[in-house]
Design a protein around this ligand. Structure first.
Ligand code: CTP
Ligand code: CA
Ligand code: CA
Length: 651
């Protein structure tokens, strides 16, 4: 399985010539191919495998009194993410509940504690990060860096730029024939027949792939009432999609057999489409989208499902046109959209609703920073309490950085402490302890020194505190091949693009927040705001989605994404100088999402509302009052209401 996707290298001149001919043809007549892979109920599967829970047993992952992941058998019982434990048990008394791992008071290692408490424990996502690494290792093994790019889009999601590897696999099938008796003639004859076929090669879809616009494979299985529907299509891109589907099947089978996890996948001609179709059939299924069905597929789709249209920008569009489906937006010209939303966003939108998107799959390097955070309700009021929690955060950072050192040979240069009290919302940075003298206590002491420099009073009562190891540096050089090949690398952004609120774990660590920092450690004074990030320019090359047959009104965009999309782009952490207004875009340190600076206060209110609702859940222990995330009164009816709704939209 591990080597199955690697196309054998042609040995002879004849083989090389045939390979080149096929690759040239596929490049000219095929188009781009992108795969999106997303693990099914990810945290649940990690816990199901760890505890040996049967696959059909309803199981949820719990954080304090709320559910953060719900497996498919539990979903079938009507349980939803963010239900309370109490409500879930009413729906399904036999439900298995697993609480996320936590650091207990005084302990330096996360564990599955029998009865963890918000007041005394801190969440650890370590088991999920570890599972994620193993999953990505499998995906990367199937996509050699010379023939494809893997992007880590979130803890459980990957994009693969798969055009090259798929073309090579197709070519390899013909090249392999050369070794058979009479193979030369047969390979050439079969290839030329394909080349000359008027509408491109014929493709017969196997039962493992759902194909948008074609009947489901199950209709062919001979089940009672089923019909024998042939699922054959024609076209060069169909050939690529079909080969892409085989590659994905292999990757999914490897993840399943080696780790025990199921995932779902989408195969399409760009990132946007691949992601949209991967969510169509879940769990444990894969779906391909042919060119011919792109517009049909998009027609009735709520346009807010499109990446970057799920938030603020989508709300603007909705308010402007009263539109809800993608096709509601087809009537507006590029000019009209540009006038309403600006040249870049308008043009991006015009293309997006036609299935056109040129976002590149970008290889992500390891995170540039790592963070450990905790919110306090009630707030901390004494220095002893602060010291205690700084110890917990510091040991988590220590645990993660030593693990990273073992794997990647990196160490941090900066330690950033961020505090939030009534009077403060500030970060302070100092040098990270050198490796030979580092342990959690040393990190904690440095953090505590920074805390004390604020002077007593202002930082207490303390509502939120985070520690961040920044400027991780000293990679063992694993990226050398990619650099040689000129492949782009971007730092991982840890948040889940589609999962609003994902980054906002009670302890702030659900975010897996990861940022790139300035290269040199800085001895800064307190900054007036949490660390801000600058947004670099997008550098996406424009790729033709429809290949040579692109209709005139579907020209690829001259840019890659609207401002909202840029916000999800690679980032750089800079400390905002004291009392200097922040940049035009601010990036929320709690959820890593970006917004225009004027929306900052409003956005922070979200988190406040969210914290409140959580606090209710925690404090009320699952009484009716605490069963739902609440909207603050001020958000009702106003624009804030929409925002909160969109924040929870995935439920
Ligand atoms: N997650 C979270 N909080 C959120 C969203 C996601 O903690 N608001 C976690 C979930 O526990 C989840 C993982 O991140 O297991 C991946 O999220 P996502 O892919 O959105 O959901 P899944 O649980 O994997 O479910 P699905 O099968 O629908 O992908
Ligand atoms: Ca998932
Ligand atoms: Ca996901």
């Amino acid at each position: 399985m591990a080597t199955s996707s690697k196309a054998p290298q042609p040995q002879s001149l004849e083989a090389l010539a045939l390979q080149k001919r096929i690759l040239n043809h596929l490049k000219a007549f095929g188009s781009r191919l992108v795969v999106h892979i997303d693990l099914d109920a990810f945290y649940c599967q990690v816990e199901m495998v760890r505890t040996g829970s049967p696959e059909d047993q309803p199981l949820c992952v719990q954080q304090w009194n709320g559910l953060i992941a719900v497996n498919y058998p539990a979903r079938a019982k009507g349980i939803k993410r963010h239900s309370t434990v109490e409500d879930a048990l009413k729906l399904c008394p036999e439900l298995t509940l697993v609480h996320v791992a936590t650091y207990a008071q005084g302990s330096h290692a996360p564990a599955y504690h029998p009865d963890p408490k918000y007041a005394t424990h801190k969440v650890s996502l370590k088991p999920y990060r570890e599972a994620s690494s193993r999953i990505f290792a499998i995906i990367e093994r199937h996509v050699p860096p010379s023939h494809g790019t893997v992007e880590r889009a979130s803890i459980d999601e990957a994009y693969v730029e798969a055009g090259e590897i798929v073309n090579r696999r197709i070519a390899a099938r013909f090249v392999a024939m050369l070794d058979e008796p009479g193979g030369s003639e047969r390979a050439l004859a079969e290839w030329e027949a394909m080349e000359q076929s008027e509408d491109g090669p014929e493709v017969a879809w196997g039962p493992e792939t759902f194909v948008v616009g074609l009947p489901d494979a199950k209709e062919r299985t001979g089940e009672p009432g089923s019909q024998d529907v042939p699922r054959k299509t024609r076209g060069w891109h169909d050939l690529q999609l079909h080969e892409g589907a085989k590659l994905v099947r292999e990757i999914r089978a490897a993840i399943r057999s080696e780790l025990g996890y199921t995932c779902s996948a989408g195969i399409g001609s760009n990132k946007m489409l691949a992601k949209l179709v991967s969510a169509l059939n879940k769990p444990d299924k894969q779906t391909a989208l042919r060119h011919a069905h792109v517009l049909d597929f998009m027609r009735d789709l709520p346009f807010t499902k499109i990446r970057n249209l799920g938030g603020k920008f989508g709300e603007q569009v909705e308010a402007e046109y009263g539109a809800s489906t993608v096709s509601d937006l087809w009537q507006y010209s590029r000019d009209q959209l540009q006038q309403k939303f600006g040249a870049q966003s308008g043009s991006w939108l015009f293309d997006a609703v036609r299935g056109i998107n040129s976002d590149e799959v970008v290889r992500r390097t390891k995170a540039g920073t790592m963070m450990s955070a905790k919110s306090f309700r009630p707030p901390l009021r004494t220095m002893d309490e602060v010291k205690h929690w700084l110890d917990v955060l510091a040991w988590e950072i220590h645990d993660r950085i030593t693990e990273d050192y073992d794997v990647n040979g990196r160490w941090s240069k900066t330690l950033v402490l961020h505090l939030k009290s009534n009077a403060l919302d500030k970060s302070r940075t100092c040098a990270f302890p050198p490796r030979h003298m580092c342990n959690g206590d040393v990190i904690s002491q440095r953090a505590f020194d920074m805390f004390r420099q604020e002077g007593d009073g202002r930082a207490l009562p303390l509502f939120h505190c985070s520690l961040q190891a920044g400027s991780l540096f000293g990679d063992k050089g694993s990226g050398a091949i990619e650099k040689f090949l000129g492949k782009k690398e971007e730092p991982v952004e840890g948040r889940d693009d589609d999962a609003d609120g994902f980054a906002d774990g009670e302890d702030g660590d659900a975010a897996d927040r990861q940022r790139k920092e300035p290269a040199e450690p800085q001895r800064t004074s307190w900054t007036s705001a949490p660390p801000q990030r600058t947004i670099p320019k997008q550098n996406a090359s424009v790729k033709s989605f429809f290949g040579s047959k692109q209709p005139p009104d579907t020209q690829p965009p001259a840019h890659s994404a609207p401002p909202a999309a840029q916000a999800a782009a690679p980032i750089e952490l800079v400390d905002a100088p004291a009392d200097v207004p922040t940049a035009e875009i601010f990036v929320c340190y709690r959820c890593s999402r970006s917004f225009p600076a004027p929306e900052r206060a409003e956005h922070e209110d979200y988190h406040f509302a969210l914290d409140l609702s959580r606090e209710n859940r925690v404090v009320l222990g699952g009484t009716a009052a605490g069963t739902k995330r609440k909207q603050p009164p001020s958000a009702r009816g106003g624009s804030g209401e929409k925002k909160l709704t969109s924040f929870f939209r995935r439920e």
